[in-house]
Structures are given as C-alpha cells and as structure tokens.
Design a protein around this ligand. Structure first.
Ligand code: C2E
Ligand code: CA
Ligand code: CA
Length: 714
C-alpha cells in the first residue's frame, strides 16, 4: 500500500461533514484499494436492533450469523477497543469492525482473505472513519441548533411585530434600544436603527408626555418593580387625545440587576369612549329613574330612600318625620276640559308652589299622575307641620294661569307622623294615602291627620276589594227584583220592577250590602264588568219572562256615571239588547242626581242617545243631592224617584209632606212620572195616593225578591 493511496482515503474521509457524501467518496477507494467486494455500515440502538445505514450494494448477510458476530465482537471490544472479527462463510471473508458507540463497519472479500497489513491498515482507517462519523454528527447537531436558533429569532420577531401591542425596550439610562413595528410607527422611526440611541425628548411626543414617560420609566428602572396595565392619556400625532393601557417591566440579569426596561402598550381609546358613553347613559338612566321627567322632582324610589334616611336620623335624634300625601282635587276635570298638555303644565305649576312652601331640608316628590308626596324632615316642634300645610294650601288660593286660562286648583292632603303613627317608610306611605283619601271624602280642599280608625276601615275595605276582584268569575252575584206598583182607588197594580244587585261573600256566607261594595267597585273599575253582567242578566231575565207569557212590565237598571262614560257604552248596550232580544221599551235606566252632577254635560249627551232609542230615564234618589232646575229641564227624564228619606217621616212631619208635594208639583210641571221609594206603611201609601203620587216601591209590598219569588207578582 502506498502512502499516496492512503492519503487519498484519508483526504476523502476528512473532506466533508456530510456522512453520506463522505462515505460515497472514500468507499470506492477503500474497496478498490483493498480489493474488497462490498462495504456496509450498520447501526444498533441500545436494544441491539440492527439497522443498515449505508451500503455499497444491497448485500444482506444472514441475519442470525451477523447478530452472533456482533455479540462476539462486543464481547471482544470490552477487552480490546480496536478489535475486529473475521469470519469466513463459504468463500467469502467477512471483516467486522466496531466503530464508536453503536456503529459497525462490515467489509467482505471474495474469494481471498486480506493480509495482516491490510487488516492493520483497515483498522486504522476504521478509527479515522469513526472520528469522521463523530465529527459529522456533531456538525449535524450544530447545524440543527443553528437552524433552530434562526427559526426562533424569526419566530420571536414575527411575534413581536404581529401582536397588537406596541413594544419597546430601553437601557438603564432610559435610552431606546429597540421597538416593534407598531412602536416604530408611533415613534415615527423608519427602522430600529433610527430609534436606537434616542431618548423620549428626541421622539415626536409632546414635551409633557415625554416628561411623563421618562418619569414613569425611571420609576421602574430605579425600583425594579413592574407597573402593569395602567391607563394613561396621550396626544396622538393629529393632536387627538387618546388612551393607552401600558405595562412597564424591568429587565434584570441573572444577579437581579436591572439593565433595562421593556414597555408595552395598546390603544384603549375606543374602550374608554364606550365606557364614557355607557357612564353618561347610566347616569342619565339613573337620573331618569330617580326623577320625574315632567316636574324634575325626585321620583318615588328616591323619595323612599330619603324617607328611610329621615326615619333613621329621627330615631337617633328623637325627632319626628311627617309625610304628606297630596292629591289635586278633580284633576280629571282639568284634563278633560283643557286637554292633557294643559294638565301637564298645571301639574308643573302645582309642583312649583308646593316646593316653594316647604323648607330646604324637606323633599317633595311626584308620585305619578296628580299625586305628590312631601317629606318634612327633622321635626322637633309639630306646629311646623301646620305652618307648612297652611302655607301650601294658601299658595293655591291664587288661581293658576296657563295660556291666559285661569284655573282654580285645590288639594286634598293626608298627613302621618313618625314615630307616632308608624315605624316604617312603607307604613307611613300607606297611612298618608289613607288620610288623603279621608280628606277627599270630607269634601276635598282640606287636610286630615291619620288615625287608627282609618286603618281599620281601610283593612275591611281592602279585604272586600280583593274578594270583589274574583266575585264575577266565582258567580257570587245575583240579581234581585223589587216590584213597583201603580196606585189605584180599588187596587194597586204591578207595573214593573227594579233590578238590585246582591253579592254573597262565599267565605263568610253573608250578603254584602250594595251600598258597601258598589263604591269600591266604582273606584276599582270593577263596576264596568259588573255593570255588563247586570245588563246581560237583567235583560235575559225579562226576555225570558216575556217569552214565558208573563207580564213583567219594565225593568229598571241602576247605572253609575262611570259606566255610562265608558267609550263604547251605547254600542255595548244596544248589542246586549240585540243578543238577548230585549225591547228598549222594557228597560229603564236609573241614575242618581249626584252621579249626574259629577259630569252633567256628558251625561246629558249619553242619556239623550239612550232616550232616542226608546229607553226611559229615571232620576234616582231625587231630592238628596244638589238639584238644579236648569239641568232638570235639559235632561231627557221620564221619571223622578223621590228618595226614601222624604217618605220616612211623611206622616209625622208636615214639612216632609210639603217637600213631597213640592216635588209632585214640579214633576207635573215637567211632565215627569213620580215614584216614591221606600214606602213601608199603609199610611204612607195612602197619603201619597191622596196627594197625587201615582207610583210606589217599598217594603209595604215587598222587599227585593229573587227572580223565582218575583214570579208570584207577575
Ligand atoms: P237604590 O237604587 O236607591 O235602591 C233602593 C234601595 O232601597 C235598595 O237597597 C232597596 O232594597 C232599598 N229599599 C227599597 N224599599 C225599601 C223599603 O221600603 N225600606 C227600606 N229600608 N229599604 C228599601 P239595596 O238593594 O241595598 O241597594 C242600595 C243601593 O245600591 C241602591 O239604591 C243603588 O244605589 C245601589 N245598587 C243596587 N243595585 C245596583 C246595581 O245593580 N247597580 C248600581 N250601579 N247600583 C246598585
Ligand atoms: Ca235605584
Ligand atoms: Ca233610590
């Protein structure tokens, strides 16, 4: 073997750092030089599974033999590092070298063996190979590491430039070292080199902002403590005020020494703006919730809050609190006559007058509609209440003028006191409302202090009210009928009857008098469905009697103003006439004088249209109310019903008889039929007959009867 050949081999072994190239280059020389047949490089892992890494030709040695060979080689290797196994299978000689780690080099020669010198040389070459393979491996690893490193830097840069954050870093002297794309844009720098080395005063921030940034950065650089997620305002390049959320983190080396600062921030202007809008919106809502839009006065909820506070302090100071419930009298009339916009202005003016006459520590709130509530706080001397009350009342003595129209407004006021009447705000509210209600009943334009009797009455009433709500559905109502008679010299004749409602309270199994529940039904509006039921029931009944061949005459139905004023009353009424098959001449309508006087003009209209379709109209309880002759003339009346109170003492009291005579004369003049109500005794009947009264109704004949019982009279 000459040195030049060996040198060739060595050169090619050391030529490249890629294993495959290196083997490709050196193997043909080795094979040729040693006249070897083939060459293979194997690898085992620690499980001793063999893997062919490289071979000059596809040559597989018998697997079992090869493995046995390797075992032997390893055994030998433990004693002698540079060992080699030579085996002869048939006429092929196999040379197996162990390289470092898990690599093996297998060479074989056919048909002769290698001489010792060649084997020694091959051993030498295999050691060289071994080094070269090792070198290749290190090179590959290094290469991989470097590739990874490059990848990581690219990745990092991509992240830094992709996140929607502006990022910058500074050294310990607060000089910029770098920043991402977003930051460079803000700093108006083309690239990092443009930024590097600059301080805040050299960047396009306003000097105020620059000063502020430096101060913040110095703080972090000085203390080594991060400041995270704080909101800061700044002015952008267009001079617009904007907001950023900023975090500043100190950069520390392994000893914990601060060598710089990393800052990030992002724009939160939109978020701030929507937060601001939301706040404005919320504040507006809160104001709306706590204030009345018409008068600007506190609302119910705000009032209740203040009342609770006032109670709390009164308790501590042993003082008193007064609650005034104020309702404008007959406000509905103002709305009806002048319209709602006028009504609204009137409410505003009343609100102003009340407010001007309470103390600054007091509160007046609007409770909706025409209701106000006043809190008189911290009352040490109760006479203050009366003073304020009379001031409020007096303030309304002067009419309110709106658009040249002057209206007189009066108030009904209920007063209650803490701690005298109640301990809680809710109770005080109920008390004052109740007292106000009492003031209304006392004829309006006055004030009433709460009393415990009011509460008792209220509770009874409330209970009835609740029951009344379900009474129609529960079929608790029935109609009774009280016959009416025409007086005659020989005998009195049946002419018809009045339908009177009866309510049986099923829980208590008692009849509740209509004088008790009708007013409640009117106030709660239950009178509307109830009235409809009465019309249907009464008309069906009289139709049924006529159909059965009876002669029931006319049926009088009682109505209250509220029912007549329902929008579609006339249509509804006619509808029931039609569906039940009732003739108009069978029906009379009774309405009391006081009901008519609630709203005379409207009543005249409605009664006229009823009269036109053939319904007779009776004025009920005549003589008890405020009768105006002019209205009597204008109303389409057919009948006057003299109230029972005039009949009661008609025998004993001459004056009563005079009144009745007067009514009879008036009726004759107006061509009205007169019927006397509540006739109980024969003497009463006789004197009425003698004086020209033609019709009577009363216990003298009978009490109101059930439909079944009334049939005896038909
Ligand atoms: P009203 O319309 O004046 O009815 C007459 C009332 O006097 C009835 O009382 C009747 O039972 C009673 N009465 C009749 N004759 C005598 C008598 O000789 N002596 C005595 N002491 N009383 C007599 P009732 O049924 O208790 O009704 C009371 C009031 O309730 C009625 O007075 C009427 O205003 C109202 N009312 C009754 N039914 C209805 C109804 O269906 N609708 C409406 N809106 N009100 C009704
Ligand atoms: Ca009646
Ligand atoms: Ca009556």
């Amino acid at each position: 073997m000459d040195d030049a050949a060996l040198n060739d081999i060595y050169m090619s072994i050391g030529n490249t750092f890629e294993l495959e190239n290196m083997l490709d280059e050196c193997m043909p020389i080795i094979l040729k030089y040693f006249k070897l047949t083939s060459f293979s490089l194997y690898k085992t892992n620690n499980m001793h599974e063999l893997k062919l890494i490289y071979s000059t030709e596809c040559m597989e040695m018998d697997k079992e033999n090869f493995e046995a060979m390797i075992k032997r080689l390893e055994h030998q290797y433990n004693k002698d590092v540079s060992s080699l196994i030579v085996e002869k299978v048939k006429d092929t000689y196999y040379y197996l070298f162990i390289l470092k780690g898990f690599e093996y080099l297998l060479l074989w020669k056919h048909p002769n063996s290698l001489d010792n010198e060649a084997i020694a040389l091959l051993k030498n070459i295999s050691i060289k190979l071994q080094h070269a393979i090792y070198g290749c491996k290190i090179h590959d690893t290094l290469h991989e590491v470097q590739n990874n490193l490059e990848d990581n830097t690219i990745l990092l840069n991509t992240i830094i430039d992709t996140v929607p954050l502006s990022i910058f870093w500074k050294d310990v002297t607060s000089t910029y070292l770098g920043g991402n794309k977003l930051f460079l844009k803000d700093a108006q720098c083309k690239n990092i080199d443009h930024l590097r080395g600059k301080n805040d005063y050299q960047l396009p921030w306003s000097s105020k902002d620059a000063q502020y940034y430096r101060a913040q950065h110095k703080k972090v650089l000085g203390t080594g403590v991060a400041i995270l997620d704080y909101e800061e305002p700044y002015v952008d390049e267009n001079g617009m005020e904007r907001w950023a959320s900023t975090s500043l983190v100190p950069l520390k080396n392994t000893d914990g020494k601060v060598f710089g600062l990393l800052g990030t921030y992002y724009d939160i202007t939109l978020k701030k703006e929507s937060e601001y809008k939301l706040k404005v919106h919320r504040d507006a809502l809160a104001y709306q919730a706590t204030h009345d839009s018409l008068t600007g006065l506190p609302s119910r909820s705000l009032f209740m809050d203040r009342l609770k506070h006032a109670i709390y302090f009164a308790k501590r100071n042993e003082s008193k609190v007064a609650v005034l419930f104020i309702d404008i009298d007959k406000f509905k009339n103002i709305n009806d006559s002048y319209g709602h916009p006028f009504g609204d202005l009137a409410i505003k003016k009343v609100a102003k007058r009340i407010r001007n006459n309470i103390r600054t520590i007091d509160t007046v709130a609007r409770f909706g509609g025409d209701e106000f509530i006043v809190l008189l706080d911290n009352i040490v001397e109760p006479s203050v209440i009366t003073t304020i009350l009379s001031r409020i009342v007096k303030s309304l003595e002067t009419s309110i003028v709106i658009h040249h129209a002057s209206v007189h407004i009066s108030l009904s006021i209920g007063i209650t006191l803490y701690p005298d009447d109640a301990k809680t705000s809710d109770e005080l509210l109920i008390n004052s409302d109740m007292a106000m209600y009492e003031a209304k009943k006392m004829g309006r334009n006055n004030y009433q202090y709460y009393t415990t009797e009011m509460m008792q009455r209220y509770e009874v009433r409330r209970e009835l009210e609740l029951k009344l709500h379900n009474a129609i559905e529960n079929k608790e109502f029935t109609l009774f009928y009280q016959p009416k008679f025409k007086l005659g010299a020989l005998e009195d004749t049946f002419i018809g009857m009045e339908a009177l409602i009866r309510w049986k309270d099923m829980d208590k199994n008692i009849y509740v008098p209509p004088t008790t529940f009708i007013p409640i039904a009117e106030e709660t509006g239950i009178i509307i469905p109830l009235g409809e039921w009465i019309m249907e029931e009464g008309m069906s009944q009289i139709v049924s009697w006529y159909k059965q061949g009876f002669e029931p005459g006319t049926l009088a139905l009682n109505f209250s103003m509220m029912q007549l004023q329902e929008n579609d009353f006339l249509q509804y009424f006619q509808n029931i006439l039609k569906t039940t098959g009732c003739k108009p001449e069978w029906i009379e309508i009774e309405i009391t004088e006081s009901q008519i006087m609630k709203s005379p003009e409207t009543t005249i209209k409605i009664l006229n249209s009823l009269h036109e379709i053939g319904i007779k109209i009776a004025m009920d309880d005549f003589g008890t109310g405020y009768s105006s002759l002019s209205y009597l003339k204008r109303l389409p009346l057919d009948i006057l019903k003299i109230d029972k109170s005039f009949i009661d003492n008609i025998i004993e009291d001459k004056k009563e008889m005079d009144i009745v005579q007067g009514i009879l004369a008036l009726a004759k003049n107006l061509k009205l039929t007169v019927i006397a109500e509540g006739v109980e005794k024969v003497e009463q009947r006789d004197i009425l007959f003698k004086n020209g009264c033609q019709y009577i109704q009363g216990y003298y004949y009978t009490e109101p009867l059930s439909a079944e019982d009334v049939e005896k009279y038909l």
